[in-house]
Ligand binder design. Structure first.
Ligand code: AHR
Length: 492
């Protein structure tokens, strides 16, 4: 039997709530149709924002939203998205489907979304095709409190008070869609652009440098040595592809056990990538001032048949729920450096929380995992050992059967998350907490009969969490965890 040992007497790093951040790009129906429908829409809306989507996102307490991209950010002209909507220019979204972008959703709409969600803003600036003046003026437009022409323009457009920005990104994927640069060249550009980014005292965002991806550590190394201007964190991207191959990634539904195992195996690599980059940062930044921000992660499958491939719409199954939970457990483990992440993406794109079709909406299994894990936002991580963990094998992949994480919540309660990666066998796990006698576990369990169980617009409640409880017997707590499931419990 697997044994979990938690040490409640040795608190670790705080699990920054921003680890639970989301990404909303101008991509497919991520913003248009998914979040923003406009005030004149027949779909129920709050000043143009879908009421159903806003209410659902409020329930999972989204701490941070990254916008406007992604690749889109490095072509975005912020001035297109301010002023009267019917006068905003139309552009072509060259990255994502070549569709018309009418700029109805711009800076003011983004901050209204932030307010509706009671969340924080992560704005990604355009380094790829913009210039330092444009970037500096956008930041001034958003945060300035002076009487400058740029700030007066914001006031004329209806916003008197400056907005708060939690994070500001200087470019995106500079090694790829952001300009195919070398890290040395990007570092110079970063220093150049950052020199001119000014905000009133006390309202500086955390500045984010665009880092590497997958198994690369060179970007972290070069950026952490060469960047001289303010840099609070280096970003990192890693997407989970069932096959690991971009030209045939694997399907979102209808997959076999081999792709169940290979997907979970792929996603667990996040741990090794974070470790490798942390090692570099420990050398170049021993004071631990630079955060490692995984600001794009999640599953990426083949496009669904009959849909615009550039819109990256995909179904989301129980497997995605496990992917999310496994990544959270990894992020918790590295909470000392990993202080912010954003899943890609929030609505209708890649590993989404929510899918919509006109007026219909379905919450995905990933959404439910976020809901279950919200107790970990700003919690204090606790050391946890898994003694004699079993393993599960399918095809050429062997993965551990159980993943776990524990923390002391902001409310003082001790929380434990468990993932049973085995799609066939239930697990029995005994839980031992040093410094506490546990009598009971209560929380929520997410599982389903099929590996690709998912919610549809016709049947939106197929996969949803159920209440779970277990009591200790003579001082011993044993949890029965069904095959292919995610469990989050409070221990008392
Ligand atoms: O999330 C979709 C895209 O993936 C982003 O625009 C880009 O940064 C990454 O390649």
């Amino acid at each position: 039997m697997t044994r979990i040992e938690i040490d409640s007497t040795r608190p670790g790093a705080t699990i920054n709530r921003d680890i639970y951040g989301q990404f909303a790009e101008h991509l497919g129906r991520g913003i248009y149709g998914g979040i923003w429908v406009g005030e004149d829409s027949d779909i129920d809306n709050i000043r143009g924002f879908r009421t159903d989507v806003i209410e659902a996102l409020r329930d999972i307490e989204v701490p941070l939203v990254r916008w406007p991209g992604g690749c889109f950010a490095d072509e975005y002209r912020w001035r297109d998205g301010i002023g009267p909507r019917d006068e905003r220019p139309v552009r072509v979204n060259t990255h994502w489907g070549g569709v018309a972008e009418d700029n109805a959703f711009g800076t003011h709409e983004f901050f209204e979304l932030v307010e509706l969600l009671d969340t924080e803003a992560y704005v990604n600036g355009n380094l790829g095709t913009g210039n330092p003046r444009e970037m500096a003026e956008w930041l001034e437009y958003m945060t300035g409190d002076s009487e400058s022409a740029v700030v007066e323009e914001r006031r004329k457009n209806g916003r008197e008070e400056p907005w708060e920005i939690a994070y500001f990104g200087i470019g995106n994927e500079a090694w790829g869609c952001g300009g195919h640069m070398r890290p040395e060249y990007y570092s110079d550009l970063y220093n150049h652009f950052a020199t001119f980014l000014k905000t009133p005292p006390g309202s500086e965002p955390k500045f984010v440098a665009s880092g590497g991806h997958t198994d690369d550590t060179e970007w972290t190394d070069v950026l952490s040595r060469n960047i001289q201007r303010q840099m609070d964190g280096i970003s990192f991207h890693f997407y989970t592809l069932p096959t690991g191959e971009w030209d045939d990634k694997g399907e979102s539904t209808g997959f076999g056990e081999d792709q169940w195992a290979s997907t979970l195996w792929q996603t667990l690599r996040m741990d090794e990538f974070i470790r490798a980059n942390k090692k570099v940062l420990e050398k170049n930044d021993p004071e631990n001032e630079i955060g490692f921000y995984v600001d794009e992660w999640g599953t990426w499958y083949n496009p669904e048949e009959g849909r615009e491939p550039g819109f990256l719409y995909q179904q989301n199954t129980l497997r995605d729920a496990l992917v999310a939970a496994l990544n959270f457990n990894i992020f918790h483990r590295h909470a000392d450096r990993v202080r912010m992440t954003n899943i890609a993406q929030m609505v209708n794109v890649l590993q989404a929380m929510i899918l919509t079709d006109e007026e219909k909406m379905a919450l995905t299994p990933t959404y439910h995992t976020y809901g279950m894990y919200k107790v970990f936002q700003d919690a204090t991580s606790l050391p946890l050992e898994i003694a004699n963990p079993g393993s599960y094998r399918s095809g050429d992949r062997t993965i551990p059967s159980v993943s776990a994480s524990a923390a002391r919540g902001e409310d003082g309660e001790l929380y434990l998350s468990l993932v049973n990666l085995d799609p066939q066998a239930a697990q029995q796990v005994t839980v031992d907490v040093k410094g506490m006698e546990i009598t009971e576990a209560r929380g929520q369990l997410l599982t389903a009969d099929a590996m690709d169980a998912h919610n549809t617009f016709e049947n939106p409640g197929s996969v949803k969490p159920a209440d779970y409880s277990a009591s200790a017997d003579s001082g011993n707590l044993t949890l029965d965890i069904p095959a292919k499931s995610v469990l989050v419990v409070g221990l008392e």
